[in-house]
Each structure stands twice: as structure tokens, then as C-alpha cells.
Write a protein that binds this ligand. Sequence first.
Ligand code: NDP
Length: 449
Amino acid sequence: MIKNNYVKTVYNSIEKKYPYEKEFLQAALEVLETLEPVVEKDSSIEKLGILERIVEPERMITFRVSWVDDNGKVHVNTGYRCQFNSAIGPYKGGLRFHPTVNASVIKFLGFEQTFKNSLTGLPMGGGKGGSDFDPKGKSDMEIMRFCQSFMTELYRHIGQFTDVPAGDIGVGKREVGYLYGQYKRLANEFTGVLTGKALEFGGSLGRTEATGYGLCYFTQKMLKTLKNTSFDGKRVIVSGSGNVAVYAAEKAQQLGATVVAMSDSSGYIYDENGIDLDLIKEIKEIKRERIKEYIEKYPKAEYNDDCSKIWTVKCDIALPCATQNELDENGAKSLVENGCIAVAEGANMPSTPQAIEVFLNSDIAYAPGKASNAGGVATSGLEMSQNSLRLSWTFEEVDKKLKDIMENIFDTVYRTSQKYSDGKNLVAGANIAGFEKVCEAMKIQGIAY
Ligand code: NDP
């Protein structure tokens, strides 16, 4: 509930202008609500129209992507790139290929990315892109033709100093490879225009693991600071079984936890003895099959075909790593009732506003995604540095930098939440800390955009 008049006016104006963009409005409301104390302290924010400018993307590009399937049939999808805010660096943020992608989803992700990138301490603005193309069930050649068509338009809007996309849902190493190949052909240059590249052409060691590992480094610091405990001996549930989920589960296991449940969009598996991650990687990364296959090798494990019920599994720590709004009020209540002590988001906006409310009113230590999943983009920033330097760092070097960055993010967020609230509300801490730097940069740069 917004009380400050200026903040209310800004929110009402986007609500009126973009009534159908529900994900974007949800993300904007969550941030604006927490910025009230900052706005009240600093009257120049209103005078300089910072909030009006920060909720409006600098540029939103929409384009047609036509491609031909293996049977010669022509298909048309919509491509997007939202260049949200470049106050502190070139636009940076992933590309998502999923049938649910639309302008609202891309805008919410670009908006969140602006604050997240600011929190990393690296010079990166916020952006996001993607398409409503569904990679599921497509052949490699179909994926390649789609990626080439997508990049044929996108290439004119991006560049190592303007906008550097990466992967997200449905966009992994394979897609980044095809996208990069087409960019290089069209631009006639070999630069670090995409991150998440394969090691053979400028990728960074540690980028694949970064979001999941980073999530656990952040959670580890949060557990120590707020709960005086660690992952060791804890029961963990991880939703999803994609890039973020797999490496979050891997690091949680390395830190001594037992991961007892994971999911995909069809259902979840529960294995009391601890999930066999090598099998999950084989099923999801290599065979690109359904997680249900897990029970063929482990018949004692259980499969439930309602993925949203994963939150009813008893656990100490929950890591939502699948998609937006996957954890609702009921899920949050189940976690609280079952004695969960920490929820840390690997996905972007996985908890609904009602679920967040439940967490903030409980004893759970709750880490919002824009802080706890920043390890992916932070390591993308490290990939950009290596590309510029024409160097590559070892896995250990990158992992050490990632750990430092995640611990710094926790410290910044925690300190800011202590300054503006009770030290437990890390949502406010993350939003305010991310906002402050972008806001100052916007003030210094004037009002040209
Ligand atoms: P992937 O495409 O690699 O994996 C997504 C996974 O989530 C798949 O296993 C998918 O299952 C599953 N899934 C989708 N919807 C649901 C659902 N409703 N319930 C349970 N599982 C579901 O994507 P990423 O791992 O890259 O991204 C996951 C989240 O993390 C997204 O929110 C993304 O924006 C965020 N993120 C990603 C970063 C990165 O570096 N990759 C960085 C920061 C944030 P299925 O196989 O059935 O589709």
C-alpha cells in the first residue's frame, strides 16, 4: 500500500498507461513501495522526475521473427529487446525463449535487472529480451534457424558498448552459440557482444554455475548473519531443474545439505535419500526429457504431477529457481508451517506479493531474487572484462570473485535494510541499495532521456 503522494502518482500513471502489463506492474509496485522512505528524505528525486523516468524503459524494441521448420513450413514469432536503463553502464540482461514471453514479462525482467545489476557493483545497465518461441520439441536445426532469424534483427541494436545480452529460460549455450555466429557474420567483428558463450570462443569458466552457486553463497552469508547457522545438515528443496536449479542444488550439496526435491513444469520429484544430481543433469541437460524419468532409476523416490505442490515438502531451506509467481500464498504458508528457516530466490520474482507478505511476517530469512540471483549477471560482467582484456581467468579465480560479490551484495542489502527498516526486510534493502546508485547516476547525467 503506497502512502507517499508522489510515489502513488507515478504508480497510478503506469497502471493507467499499461493496464495489461500485470507482471511489470507487480514488479514496479514492489519496488516503488519500498522506495518511499528514500523519496521522503530526498526531494530532488521528485523534482528531477527520477521515478517517472526509472519506470519507463529507455527503448523497447519489438520485431518479427520468421523462420522455417524442418518440414519447410514458415512460422512467425515476436522478438523483444527492452533497453531499460543505461545510467550506470551498457544494457545487460538475458534473452528468454518461452511461449509465455510478452512485452509485460520482458519489461518486468528489464526493470528488475536494472536494480540487480546495480547491486553487483559492476558497470552494467538493465535490459532484457526474448521471444514467445517455444524451443521444446524443436530440432537443433530449427533452433539454429530461429536464432539466426532473431539475431538478424537484434544485431543492429546491440554491441559490446551498448547492449550485451545473455541467456535466460530457454536460452543456454547452444542458443548463445547460434546467436553469436549470426551476430559475427552480420557485424563482421569478434567482440564480447553476448555472454554465456562457450569456452571455445570467449566464454568464462564458472558462468554456467554462477547463478546457482552465487545463490548459495548469498544464502550462506544470510544464514550465518540472520540465523547463525549454515547449509550443513539441512534439508533443501529446489524448484526447477534448469541452469539455475541444477547448480544451486550442486552447491547446496557441496555445502553439506541434502536436496530432497526438484521439479520441472510438469511435476516434482521427492527423494528422501537426496537427489542424484548427475541423473537430473542427464535427464534435463542432455536428453532434454521430463523430470518424471527420475523415478525409473529410483523407484523409491516419489513423483507428483503438480509442480506447485513442491512447497509442501518439509524442508529447512527453499530455493525457488524456476519462474515468476511459482510460489504463492499457500506455498509460503506451507513452508512456514513446516518450519522452513530460509527462502532464497534463484528465479526472478518467483514469489507472489502475497507470499512475500507471509515471509516478511514470519521468522523466515527471505532473500529477494534481485539480490540473491545476481551471481549470473555478475559473472557475465566478469566475462565482459575477460573479453576486453583478451584474457581468461581460471575457474577458481572467477568463483572467488563471484563469492566476494555475493557476500558484498548481502552486506550492502543488509546494511541498507538496517538503515531503512528492521534489518530483516531484505526486499527493502535490495530495492533501495540498487536504486540509490542508479538514481545518483541519473541525476549527474541530466535529463536528456
Ligand atoms: P532454464 O530454462 O534453464 O530452466 C527453467 C526450469 O524451470 C526448467 O527446468 C523448467 O521446466 C522449470 N519450470 C518452468 N516453469 C516451472 C514451474 N511453474 N514449476 C516448476 N518448474 C518450472 O532457465 P534458468 O534456470 O536459466 O532460469 C530460471 C529462473 O532463473 C528464471 O526466472 C530466470 O529469469 C532466472 N535467472 C536466470 C539466470 C541465469 O543465469 N540463467 C540469472 C538470474 C536469474 P521444463 O523443463 O518443464 O520447462
